[in-house]
Design a protein around this ligand. Sequence first.
Ligand code: SF4
Length: 401
Amino acid sequence: MERRKTRQVVVGNVPVGGDAPVSVQSMTTTKTADVEGTLAQIYALAAAGCDIVRCTCNEEEAAEGLAHIVSRSPVPIVADIHFQYKLALAAIEAGVHALRLNPGNIRKPEHIKLVASEARDRGLPIRIGVNAGSLDPDIAEEFGGATPEALVASAVRELDYFREVDFDDVKISVKASNVPLMIDAYRLLAETVDYPLHLGVTEAGPPPAGLVKSTAGIGTLLSEGIGDTIRYSLTADPVEEARAGRTLLEALGLRERKNVDLIACPSCGRAEVDVIQVATAAQQALEARNIPLQVAVMGCVVNGPGEARDADLGIAAGRGKGHLFVKGHVVRVVPEAQMVEALLEEAEAIVAEGIEARIAAADANAEAIAAAEREQLIELRGVDVNHSLDKIARIREIADD
Ligand code: SF4
């Protein structure tokens, strides 16, 4: 995937833009003045794959909290500023690694330029965080509302203020909760400037709809090469945001796999186990161990191993058994009750010994047992597991009567 060429800014020790990997961001939901609570959330976010964390700096106590938080945080901290430019100056004093300013909420040019001058002198980047819901009223009136052009104009006007004080250590976002608007605004922005872009669908709401909307917006742009850092804005535990962001980047091949990629069949009438239950148990057990493999859970041995042959490791259900396969080779057949445990053991063995070694260590009879059981199942269940052909014949009889 060819990515749009941009300048680069550095947030703490995380580069954004240029040839840097796309980074994941999230925002704490604690009161920033609650230093221990906020740090606990920051650590949980970092463990979930978050590269940069934003904390609100909405009052003096929050700025004081940041003074304690920044030096103890495992990842760079961005202060989120609305309305009060003095809190931006306070956050800089607290040692944050970057600021986010909302141009719709801090509108006096002299205040904007003062903050930019301070950031320039301290070498701190600023994100111009335009939001369709809080667009500068002048611009909304000029453009007839929050159009893509209006969102981009707001960012450009802020850039012009920054340039007046020789500051251009900038990344930009033009978020909206309406996905097509957000996509069009970022496309236009990408044509207009060469600064790194922070992508997000704002106020996306709770999962699953919030996840779908965010993925639709962010994923569409990333697949076009647009976007340098991302945030899922979910009405949920922010750890969910970080996980979702990380998962999207891994799914698009934009970041190396850090944790398990669990694939599972959707299940159907042919399934020999409760696929949802086994897949959920496997996901939880594997995620807790940070195992960077693609693991498949398939509901039957008739189609499962073939369909998931590219997975590093998988298990397919037979009659009361699980057929464990590594890169499509059946290596063991285990009792159904031990499917998840066997997956975990094999995953850890692959991480320790490698794929080839585990294929070489396969049980000698596993392939033969699996093939025989597959044949039996085809014979037993047939191709018409729901007896649909019988039903159709009966329906036709009824219709012909
Ligand atoms: S793997 Fe088997 S159970 Fe799962 S969807 Fe395919 S045919 Fe159905």
